[in-house]
Design a protein around this ligand. Structure first.
Ligand code: KG4
Ligand code: ZN
Length: 340
């Protein structure tokens, strides 16, 4: 039986639509909102308006690329949260309207759960190796940083998380302090490649157990820069690559130390990354290296499925469809992860 799910993602500043057929990707189209760049961060009101403009053309493009008609769909899945309320309302309202018009089920998905299920997006023209259950996932995005145990496609247990900034936020805020554009994570990643990660050290805040904190590191980075710039106004410009490599290393070290603890505590050696920051080449390299050292089998999502995309929403919708987990039209978007 063919199960084709249309996924809709609109939780932050990407309007995305994708079609998944029996777990295999047929299309994934995203309209990125460039308007936020000039403000150095996402402006919620502008994001909602841009989603409103983009949603129909993006869905239309996804259906065309998949080579199917709306009537070929078996269900519509959307991101119910967490995210920006006005942004989520656009995707959820559109998904409900389409589901009603087509007379097919609606499936709500948790954006964070969907990031993890991006590891299961299959392709018709190449094979994908997927983790087996239970596995440990470090979910690192712009809004969240969590250590999760996945016991099945639909069972996720959060065993640790950040108590303040998310890893992506730490990248973006530190990038801003160096005058880099928003979002700064990819710029730090690129510049770090030619820098010395041991050039500078910054103090990190220690948190017990499996929780992490990045606000101390960010403050330490800020004071360090202020101090150096006082005596050398060109300090940042002249040391940009080393600064990027060093701050990236500090973020990665914090994450890897907790991941090791999580693996020891749970006894799980299947280790995965997901979320926007999982595109970071330094983090991928460090996890692969640590994994080779201590016997992890490591899995990463394909780069195009690391940052926000609807393919992950559609694949999460597919697994919920298989379990008969449908939603209803009364479900309203939720802004915070804890409310889902
Ligand atoms: O998952 P995502 O697209 O959105 C949220 O759900 O938050 O993640 C966006 C985050 C941003 O903070 C961005 O700077 C970060 O992912 N990011 C990276 C890289 N690519 C994206 N951070 C470090 N290195 C990268 N290559
Ligand atoms: Zn995300």
């Amino acid at each position: 039986m063919m199960i084709r799910i249309l996924g809709i993602e609109s939780s932050c500043d990407d309007t995305s639509a994708a079609v998944i057929e029996n777990g295999y990707i047929l299309s994934n189209k995203t309209a990125n909102q460039q308007i936020h760049k000039q403000f150095g961060g996402v402006v919620p009101e502008l994001a909602s308006r841009a989603h409103q403009q983009n949603i129909i053309p993006v869905v239309d493009a996804a259906l065309k690329e998949a080579g199917i008609k709306p009537s070929d769909l078996q269900a519509v899945a959307y991101a119910r949260g967490p995210g920006l309320m006005g942004a989520l309302l656009v995707g959820s309202s559109f998904a409900k309207g389409l589901s009603m018009a087509l007379g097919i089920p609606i499936i709500e998905t948790n954006h964070l759960h969907a990031h993890i299920l991006s590891l299961f997006i299959k392709k018709y023209d190449s094979s994908t190796s997927v983790p087996s259950f239970p596995f440990l996932c470090l979910l690192v995005s712009g809004g969240h940083t969590q250590f999760v145990v996945m016991r099945s496609h639909l069972e996720m247990e959060i065993i640790g998380q950040t108590i303040d900034d998310a890893a992506g936020e730490a990248f973006d805020k530190c990038a801003k302090l160096m005058g880099l554009p928003y979002p700064g994570g990819p710029f730090i990643d690129k510049l770090a490649a030619s820098g010395n990660p041991k050039a500078f050290t910054f103090s990190k805040s220690g948190v017990k157990g499996l929780d992490v904190s990045f606000s101390g590191l960010k403050t330490s980075f800020l004071y360090f820069l202020q101090d150096r710039v006082k005596s050398d106004p060109k300090f940042i410009k002249n040391n940009l690559a080393d600064l990027c490599a060093s701050i990236q290393r500090a973020i990665i070290d914090t994450l890897i130390a907790k991941l090791v603890t999580a693996s020891v505590r749970t006894g799980i050696n299947e280790v995965c990354l997901a979320g926007g920051v999982s595109a970071n080449s330094g983090l991928r390299e460090a996890i692969s290296k640590k994994g080779a050292e201590i016997g992890w089998t490591v899995y990463f999502p394909e780069i195009i499925y690391t940052t926000d995309n609807a393919a992950m929403i559609a694949v999460a919708g597919y697994y919920k469809y298989l379990s008969g987990k449908f939603s209803d039209y009364e479900a309203v978007p939720v802004a915070r992860a804890g409310q889902l």
